[in-house]
Design a protein around this ligand. Structure first.
Ligand code: ADE
Length: 394
């Protein structure tokens, strides 16, 4: 139940109604909660997000992310269905069980890591395991305090509000979130001129799950208000192969273990990419040979046609590394110069392309800029120029 406070000069005659749930970007996933009220306007069951509304679509740091929203049919709903991230899963399972044992909401949780590793999926699982509704939105979709208030006041007791790309909240919206996270209330200006006042709305106890690909861009005060902070790591090839096999099973086609491993090895440590490649490999195999089990040779042929090499690098990865080697003598080169030369947004390079190249040792990031490694030059069959005098100190 929400109890309005009036901090303004004239108290309201009637208790003010909570603002209506903001529809912009709001997607609500319904839990299996016996006492859930049916009154929510934008609730669907089962949840099939419109890709246009999906916060994953709003993560517009590069063309690669568009159209990659996973359909609800293959998204794991429970910890038991989730492959990989064993340590993270174990911790979150404990936190969920402990919160449930105390009849409390889960503490506010920040998930960080490169795109496509399952932060949104984990939010679905947390809500499902807690038996509450998941409300999904994203930092850029919350354009002003009113939208945030709409989301917050639509929350039922212990619901999960998932804010993707939380580092992209505006400072004023972020500030309003502080009181919601800390005190369970939000203050809203009402009226204009001499009648202007602030009304405080008490919120149902809830859990904020924030996701960010860029922890460095998160303000200190916001980070400090999360009690659980966890990173999601790149997946191993075997884990990705297991995800490919699971996805193929759910989508109703057969694929050999060797083929699944081949896709896993070329998926940049990222389930979203593994699932996307699985669908595309299926397309190639189906057109070439009709509906039969997908074999290793089908997979290699399809991945070759898709321009994904043995290390999982795609055309943009190779273009970026080639550019550093050939145009910038191997580096160091600043990310802005690189972005301008490649005609790609800096955000795409930093948030999408670089994390995997860094992790696999194709790229180094120094205070003077990016350097292509000897491994990168070997992989691309290029000659790495000898470092000049200045570079020797790096
Ligand atoms: N689909 C995407 N990520 C997954 C994961 N970690 N486990 C199972 N299926 C997935």
């Amino acid at each position: 139940m929400r109890v309005p406070h009036d901090d303004g000069p004239q108290g309201p005659k009637k208790p003010p109604r909570a603002p209506r749930a903001a529809k912009a970007g709001a997607v609500i996933a319904e839990p299996h909660r016996p006492d859930a009220k049916a009154a929510r306007a934008v609730t669907t069951e089962p949840h099939r997000p419109d890709p246009k509304d999906s916060p994953e679509r709003a993560l517009v740091s590069g063309a690669r992310q568009q159209g990659e929203a996973e359909v609800a049919t293959i998204r794991p709903q429970r910890f038991a269905e989730y492959i990989g991230q064993a340590a993270l899963k174990r911790k979150l399972e404990v936190f969920v069980r402990a919160a449930q044992g105390r009849n409390e909401p889960l503490d506010h949780t920040l998930l960080h890591g490169p795109p496509g590793l399952g932060k949104t999926t984990m939010a679905h699982i947390l809500a499902h395991e807690l038996g509450v509704k998941l409300h999904l939105t994203s930092g850029p979709a919350i354009e002003h305090k009113g939208i945030l208030a709409g989301h917050l006041t639509a929350l039922g007791a212990r619901d999960v509000l998932f804010i993707d790309e939380i580092h992209r909240l505006s400072p004023t919206v972020e500030e309003s979130l502080y009181s919601a996270m800390e005190d369970g209330r939000i203050d809203l200006p009402v009226g204009e001129g001499t009648r202007a006042r602030t009304i405080g709305f008490e919120l149902a106890p809830f859990t904020l799950v924030g996701a960010t690909t860029r922890t460095a861009l998160l303000s200190g005060p916001l980070r400090d208000r999360f009690q659980i902070l966890e990173g999601i790591e790149f997946y191993g090839d075997d884990e990705l192969a297991a995800i490919v096999l699971r996805t193929a099973g759910l989508l109703g086609f057969a694929i050999s273990k060797e083929a699944a491993l081949e896709i896993g090895q070329r998926s940049r440590g990222t389930p979203r990419i593994a699932n996307r490649l699985t669908r595309r490999v299926r397309d190639f195999a189906q057109v070439a040979a009709g509906p039969r089990r997908i074999e290793l040779r089908d997979t290699k042929q399809a991945l070759h046609e898709l321009g994904i090499d043995e290390a999982g690098l795609d055309a943009l990865d190779r273009r970026m590394l080639t550019m550093i080697v050939e145009n910038f003598r191997g580096g160091p080169v600043g990310v802005d110069a690189l972005a301008a030369s490649l005609g790609e947004p800096r955000d795409t390079l930093e948030g999408v392309v670089e994390p995997f190249l860094l992790q696999r040792g194709f790229l180094l990031r120094t205070h003077r800029g990016r350097l292509a490694t000897a491994k990168a030059a070997r992989h691309l069959n290029l000659e790495l120029p000898a470092p000049g005098q200045g570079e020797l100190e790096l």
